[in-house]
Write a protein that binds this ligand. Structure first.
Ligand code: NAP
Length: 263
């Protein structure tokens, strides 16, 4: 079923091989877009690429193994998208992960690594795809976290880096207006590998998966009483990137089951 109108559109998703990124790639393909995506693990990437090509057609999918922190590789990726797909209408900056540590347990190198990941995973792809996005009056959707506006002490480093990203998105939405729209999503807890890894490492191995997630939602005080699904996030990303959101820029959309505490 077509969810959004992406016919004749090209979308690029960083970190497209699992969780939110993969759900976004699928939603955009189902909506008629040609989709290019990247991730670091070549093996996983080729696996996902071949499944998607079987399902949606060879000419709809382009995949490249790279880290978004390697500017030369990101530039090569953009050149490939231009030569193979000819354009870019939507860039979804999704690649990354959070870091669990308090101020006392974060050393200097970890601060540098975290800020490098959060900031340059935005800067390099935006710079590489900027001209194509301008040519198409395109849009960028930044996958960010509620931590940007509601920090948590056990993720102090990630929280402050997320706030910096939020500030950057606002600046870019003004500098690149009216040619490129920039919006972000602020996530609460979404059920992906990141949480599955924590479930696997749970202290009490006798607790079942459904009880563990129920307790997690309850302990966090999520009003909708559950974690979100990657597909629920993908729909919001596809909406913000589509022409249905043509008057929305510089905005932040919370996808958290009501977890934010501010009005
Ligand atoms: N799940 C949540 O509750 C939650 C909450 C707030 C924010 N987020 C953010 O949402 C985004 C997606 O997370 P997710 O939960 O869907 O995690 P996930 O399932 O672990 O997916 C992360 C994706 O990004 C790729 N990736 C990671 N680092 C990369 C890099 N340096 N260069 C290129 N690709 C990279 C991963 O593949 P490789 O490992 O092969 O590179 C994978 O495809 C992340 O930025 C995360 O921090 C998630």
């Amino acid at each position: 079923m077509t969810k959004f109108d992406y016919s004749n559109k090209v979308a690029v998703v960083t970190g497209g091989t699992s969780g939110i990124g993969l759900a976004t790639v699928r939603t955009l393909l189902e909506s008629g877009a040609k989709v290019a995506f990247c991730a670091r693990s070549k093996e996983k990437l080729e696996n996902v690429e071949s499944r998607l090509k079987d399902e949606f057609g060879d000419d709809q999918v382009l995949a490249r193994a790279l880290t978004v922190l390697d500017e030369d590789k990101v530039n090569e990726f953009a050149k490939d998208v231009e030569s193979i797909f000819g354009q870019c209408d939507l860039l979804v900056n999704n690649a990354g992960q959070g870091r669990v540590s308090t101020f006392k347990t974060t050393d200097d190198q970890s601060w540098r690594n975290e800020f490098e990941l959060k900031i340059f995973s935005q800067i390099y792809p935006i710079r590489a795809f900027q001209t194509m996005l301008e040519n198409e009056n395109g849009s960028v959707v930044v996958v960010n976290s509620l931590l940007a506006v509601q920090p948590e002490q056990h993720m102090v480093c990630t929280s402050s880096a997320r706030a910096a990203v939020q500030n950057l998105v606002k600046s870019l939405s003004i500098e690149f207006a009216p040619n490129i729209r920039f919006n972000s999503i602020l996530l609460g807890l979404i059920k992906t590998n990141q949480w599955e890894r924590r479930f696997e490492d749970r202290e009490d191995q006798s607790i079942t998966e459904s009880d563990w997630y129920k307790d997690l939602a309850s302990n966090k005080g999520i009003p909708l009483q559950r974690l979100g699904n990657p597909e629920e996030v993908a729909s919001a990303i596809a909406f913000l990137g589509s022409s249905d959101a043509s008057y929305i820029t510089g905005a932040q959309l919370e996808i958290s089951g009501g977890l934010s505490k501010h009005a």
